[in-house]
Every structure is written in C-alpha cells, then in structure tokens.
Design a protein around this ligand. Structure first.
Ligand code: FDA
Length: 305
C-alpha cells in the first residue's frame, strides 16, 4: 500500500495543472505544515525562531520546472533578495536553489547567468548557496553546472542522492573541489535502470557515501530524518575522531522537531531546510510520497479554521 501511495504522490508532484491551480488558489493547504509562508518576511521570522533554538537554516524560494525565461529571472531576483535579507537581519542562513527554477530547461546560458548573479550576491553577503539535486534526467547537467561554477566561486555546495547507482562515482569526481555536499536518499520517481529500487540498498549506499565523503576530509551534510542514518553518522564521526565542524545534520522544516532539538542539546550542528513561496505543490507532494502519514498533518491544515 505504501508503495502505491508513494507512486501516486510522486505522479501528482509532477502535474503541471495541479501545480498551477495550487499556486493560484490553495496556499493554505500547502502552508499548513511544511512551508514557512508566502514571502521572505514570513520566512525571515521562522529563520529567526529557529536560530534562537540553536539551529541554522538553508532557505529555499519554492519553484521548479520553470519554462518561461522571465519567470526564471524573477526567481533569480527573489533569491538575491533573500540573500540580502539574510545579511541585513543578521540571520544564520544559507540558501538552496533548484536549477530548473533558474532556467535549466530553457538554456544553459540562462541558468549560468542567473546562477552567477546569485553567487555574486552570495559572495558579497557571505551566504553559501546549495544547488539542490532534482530528477535523474537533470543530474549530469546539474553536476556540470556545479563544476563550472565551482571553478569561479567558493561559497557553493550541492546535493547527491544515494538512490542513484552513479552517485559514488560522482562523489569521487567532485572530490577535487573538496566540496561541501548534502547527502540524501533522493526524492524523485526513478526507474530501476538508474536507481536502486530497494530501500535497503538506498540506505546502505547512503552509509557508504557518508563514510567516503568524511574520510576524504570534506564537509558532510546529512539530509535525512532517519534515526538509523543519524545514529550511523554519530557513531562514525566518534570512532574516526571527526570534529563537529566537519559535518551537520539537515532536516526539513516541520519535520522531526523534537529530534532536531535533541541533536542541538547534544552539541551537534543542525540546519533546517526552510521553503517559502507560493509554488508549494510539487514540494509537498514529494513529502507525502516519502511519508504518507504526513497526509494527516496536511489535511489538518486544510480543515483548520
Ligand atoms: P526515509 O523517508 O527513508 O525514512 C526512514 C525512516 O526515518 C522512517 O522509517 C522513520 O523511521 C524515520 N522518519 C522519516 N521521516 C520521519 C518523520 N517525518 N517523522 C518521524 N520519523 C521519520 N532530495 C532530493 O532528491 N534532492 C534534494 O536536493 C534534497 N534535499 C533535501 C534536503 C534536506 C535538508 C532533507 C532532509 C532532504 C532532502 N531531500 C532531497 C529529500 C530526501 O532525498 C528524502 O526523500 C527525504 O529526506 C526522505 O528520506 P529520509 O532519509 O528523511 O527518511
């Protein structure tokens, strides 16, 4: 049953009509649990609250699969604005961006120009920018963009997904940059030709990647809510004398809040991925696919007075 629900929500996450309708009419539904608000003002308040609890943030202006050049430019401007706000309000936050939001599906020049503008702002305001990883079809392009930009900018990080067979090679390929990388399991619908179909293999591969990236001496962000992965990382860093400033635990806004607080109390670095904006539909459907139990939280938001 879980598998069927997962496929269903992943199918919805990609639906253009529902995405457009949700953007236009349905913010309350999306805002209820996993999204910090529609604008940067709302998001800044949430960042402040999280910072006060000892957590850092990476801020994401929601949006993906943009096909209109003007929209990609608008999204670039919004991300630059968020970087300025982070600096102005002295918030402890980085930003995360999706390449399809910056024009990846339109042209390479557009996405690179937009990213250079964002990275210039990141440099000026000392804010690290992470390139989120999207579906397999865009993986090689995303990694190539990361490589191109990493030659020019320091404050740049990216994400690799343990469900892909190719990821161990990608991690070794990027090692020459000593990069800060967020390691995750992967959130998109992929075929068995490119991704492990069994969860246990995805989990084993994530452990392998965590160990490899840490052993290579690189900053490792574990993006996971899974106790098993978190415990594995805690044990691995302890056994290998890896200092606390070489890794962090990242979790999504609205999820596992108690666990986040416990990790902070135990002295670990915790970063919360905070999305904001109107384009919440695809993001939320992927969260439902990961954990159908989240449906209850979302429904509670819909019917809340
Ligand atoms: P998973 O869903 O595998 O669950 C494993 C176990 O963890 C569960 O059985 C349960 O015990 C526990 N658990 C999980 N969620 C829980 C919850 N909410 N409450 C209680 N227990 C829970 N993906 C991607 O493709 N590209 C990207 O760029 C990113 N970026 C990203 C950033 C951050 C900060 C995070 C946390 C995640 C991503 N992801 C992502 C999503 C990621 O790929 C993955 O889909 C989700 O994190 C779900 O996998 P988990 O490892 O969290 O646990």
């Amino acid at each position: 049953m879980e598998k069927v629900l997962r496929q269903f929500f992943l199918f919805l996450s990609n639906n253009k009509l529902l995405t457009a309708l949700a953007k236009r009419y349905g913010f309350r539904f999306g805002a209820s649990r996993f999204v910090a608000g529609t604008n940067i003002g709302h998001a800044a308040e949430k960042i402040r609250e999280l910072n006060q609890k000892g957590m850092s943030v990476t801020l994401d202006h929601l949006g993906e699969y943009v096909t209109d050049k003007e929209e990609a430019i608008e999204r670039t401007k919004e991300t630059i604005k968020s970087i300025k706000v982070i600096d102005k309000l002295n918030l402890d936050s980085q930003v995360s961006v999706k390449m399809t939001s910056m024009g990846l599906d339109i042209s390479d020049d557009l996405v690179l120009n937009n990213m250079r503008r964002i990275l210039d702002a990141g440099k000026e305001h000392n804010v690290l920018v992470t390139i989120d990883m999207e579906d397999y079809e865009r993986c090689e392009k995303t990694i190539t963009i990361f490589e191109t930009l990493k030659e020019e900018y320091d404050l740049l990080s990216t994400v690799l997904q343990s469900y892909l067979y190719r990821t161990e090679d990608d991690l070794q390929r990027l090692n020459k940059y000593s990069p800060n990388i967020r390691l995750v399991k992967g959130a998109y619908k992929e075929s068995a030709e490119v991704a492990y179909p069994e969860k246990k293999d995805v989990d084993e591969n994530l452990k392998k990647l965590i160990a490899l990236h840490l052993d290579n001496g690189n900053f490792t962000a574990l993006g996971s809510h899974d106790d098993v992965m978190i415990e594995y990382t805690k044990q691995y860093v302890e056994e290998n004398n890896i200092p606390n400033d070489q890794f962090e635990f990242q979790m999504l806004y609205g999820m596992r809040n108690e666990l986040k607080e416990n990790l902070v109390e135990q002295g670990y670095n915790v970063r919360v991925y905070v999305p904001y904006g109107r384009d919440w539909f695809g993001y939320n459907m992927r969260r439902l696919a990961e954990r159908p139990a989240n449906v209850l939280f979302v429904l509670r938001g819909v019917f809340k007075k």
